[in-house]
Design a protein around this ligand. Sequence first.
Ligand SMILES: O=C(CO)COP(=O)(O)O
Length: 250
Amino acid sequence: MVTGKERRLRRLFEEDGKTLLIAVDHSLTLGAASGLSDLGAVMGAAVAGGADGVVTHRGSAARSMPAQRGTALVVHLSGNTALSPGSELKTRVCDPEAALALGADALSAHITLGGGSAEDRQALADLGSLAATCDRLGVPLLVMTYVRTDARDTGPAVLHAARVAAELGADIVKAAHPGDRYVAELAATVPVPVVLAGGQNEGTWEAFCESAKAAMGAGVAGLCVGRRMFGAPDPVRATAELRAVVHGEG
Ligand SMILES: O=C(CO)COP(=O)(O)O
């Protein structure tokens, strides 16, 4: 028997067990951030460049996500805006059932840990409840993990938060790049596939691709890239190049 989660996970991960996700949830936080004024064009570029999935909010999914075989839809359920301080603490902005009605192949939620005990407890409670709902509905849960820490070396906190997400039922964990010396440990100690965020669009494109290639070699299952894709001069080409990195093509 194939469970609903397994069936849907196969729409996200290719035969090689790897996935390239393009994340376009930033404009809820930031407004029409650079490169995101036309979300339909960005999503079209993700599809044209061969992304395995697109992560976006419900309104954008309904309006702008092409119904394209081979490109999974991941609906992001968490949000907050930078109009007020504390935008890293998210609230639930979409029900799982509403996301499934839009055709979601997976759901995505954000947790930030390290901001204080009360905030951590709320994030853990919310995640526990959402993971149970995803189990009931047979839909995979991607958890985007973030940490607030004063430590100069954020690697251990990144690893801990990623492990927390898996402990509570995430099927895929997204983490920031924890630093070269922690990537293999991240992949080895989180018992579900880990995808790395792209991060700020800074440094050269070549250096980013080299770092992503090294991370793939160290065992991560893929990438979940936003700003470096939609901030690129040619987002279709950027996606295709990331696809080659993730799937070891070319
Ligand atoms: O998943 C992501 C945002 O939700 C990744 O975005 P960035 O690549 O811009 O860090």
